[in-house]
Design a protein around this ligand. Structure first.
Ligand code: FAD
Length: 436
């Protein structure tokens, strides 16, 4: 039989598209390479799954603001079709309660990503969409009747084809960038895929020695090396990008939301070897106010040594590393610090400079930046502007958002809209979803 719609890839986008199309009467087949669906959902948010992001009174404005201008414009129709609150409604409708955390991130109350994945799977199964797991698509052909989709076991045919095969980050999960080759084969431009939301590496041993320390509130900025700026302290005008959020020190460098969110600037840079991080470990106070406060603290410290003062501000190991880095002896009496030493110490706390060696690349990237060019996909339907009946949704597209649930939201919304558009483009009145 010929299916109305074949969807390649049962991740966030495919699991949203399949039930939407099937519920609207499309005979839908969802093919997944892995033996389980939604592998990235299972591993997401530290296995808690940050489903989406809470919106404010302006509705979907927050979701738009998270993406760059071009991507936000492209997402307008899909976010309107399936806004964050509707995603939550769907998941809660399957019996999975959700909660909004202080950061605006939305998680299942259970903190179990598997509950979210199972909710999506249940909905897909109820819709009548057929699911084939362990079905890696190897080739796709098109003729006047539609698409032939080949797997190792058998070929399948369909009138419409939706590619939701994801990007190429965490390739061990099945996302090996297969969709890009098919897109190119059909004449689509693919914007060079690069890793995004990936940890930043450094060769600095002092950073690696801080492995395991988390700072809930820090600011990381990326600058191009400039000796003059470095001598006086980099002006924020020189920041190529910056992010204030939590930071995790690891045995290779920096992870956590602040580092992940700015990593795209490293992977996209042509000047990677000259990039440096500016680290503000106490971003809630401006530099001059902080220096003045530090001066007062030191002057009034009596017989305390400087390490006691810094340990009041930073975790012990970080405090020791900062003092060492700025050449102020930890055992020195705080009251005896010179103005120069206090200034150096303030710089070490609020503007520590760390040379960047690179990133952990696709192996550890949460998303892929780049992908099928948005110019060649109709954002109102997700249909290719080049090939009739071909659709794209999710991370295979040139869309990548920051940490916070925005990437799932983009995948869910574009998947939903694609499923709905396919259904409205074919005559489903006679077919129903009885195929198999
Ligand atoms: C460690 C980690 C944590 C993350 N945490 C979050 C988070 O908390 N919140 C958030 O918003 N985002 C998070 N993300 C990003 C999010 O997972 C992705 O943006 C999202 O899954 C993209 O959805 P998608 O459906 O486009 O692609 P995927 O979910 O990647 O799905 C693509 C599917 O296609 C299948 N496939 C590929 N090729 C073929 C083929 N040839 N034949 C058949 N099937 C194929 C793959 O096996 C896969 O199942 C995280 C990512 C990672 C790696």
């Amino acid at each position: 039989m010929t299916w109305d719609l074949i969807i390649v890839g049962a991740g966030a986008a495919g699991l949203m598209a399949a039930p939407r199309a099937a519920e609207l009467g499309c005979r839908t087949l969802l093919l997944e390479k892995n033996t389980k669906v939604g592998v990235k959902i299972l591993m997401s948010g530290g296995t808690r799954c940050n489903i989406t992001h809470a919106t404010n009174q302006q509705g979907i404005a927050d979701a738009f603001a998270a993406f760059d201008k071009k991507q936000a414009g492209f997402l307008r129709s899909s976010l309107a079709a399936l806004p964050p609150e509707k995603v939550i409604e769907l998941i809660e409708g399957e019996g999975v309660a959700t909660k909004v955390e202080d950061t605006g991130k939305i998680f299942p109350v259970s903190n179990r990503a598997i509950d979210v994945r199972d909710a999506l799977l249940r909905r897909a199964e109820k819709s009548g969409a057929e699911l084939a797991i362990g079905a890696a698509v190897t080739d796709i052909d098109k003729d006047d009747n539609g698409f032939t989709v080949k797997t190792a076991d058998q070929p399948f045919t369909a009138t419409k084809l939706l590619i939701t095969s994801g990007g190429q980050s965490y390739p061990g999960c099945g996302t090996t960038g297969d969709g890009y080759a098919w897109a190119r084969q059909f004449g689509h431009k693919v914007v060079n895929p690069v890793p995004a939301l990936t940890p930043i590496t450094t060769d600095e041993q002092w950073v690696k020695d801080l492995q395991g320390i988390t700072l809930p509130d820090a600011m990381l900025a990326i600058v191009r090396n400039d000796p003059q700026q470095e001598a006086n302290g980099y002006s924020p005008k020189k920041y190529l990008t910056s992010r204030r959020s939590s930071v995790l020190f690891t045995h290779f460098g920096f992870s956590g939301p602040a580092a992940l969110d700015i990593s795209r600037t490293v992977t996209l840079s042509n000047y990677r070897s000259s990039l440096k991080l500016v680290c503000d470990f106490l971003p809630s106070t401006g530099f001059e106010d902080f220096r003045a406060q530090l001066t007062d603290d030191c002057r009034g410290a009596g017989r305390s040594n400087v390490s006691a003062i810094v340990q009041d501000l930073l975790p012990k190991r970080l405090a020791a590393a900062v003092l060492d880095g700025v050449g102020v002896p930890a055992a020195k009496k705080a009251a005896e610090l010179s103005r120069q030493e206090i200034r150096r110490l303030a710089r070490g706390i609020k503007a520590a400079i760390v040379p960047i060696s690179g990133t952990q690349g696709f192996q550890k990237a949460e998303v892929t930046a780049g992908g099928v060019s948005l110019k060649e996909v109709d954002s109102r339907t997700m249909q290719s502007r080049m090939i009739d009946g071909l659709y794209f949704a999710g991370e295979v597209l040139d869309i990548d958002g920051p940490i916070g649930g925005f990437n799932f939201q983009a995948a869910f919304s574009t998947g939903w809209l694609a499923g709905q558009s396919v259904a409205s483009s074919i005559d489903v009145t006679s077919a129903g979803n009885s195929g198999g």
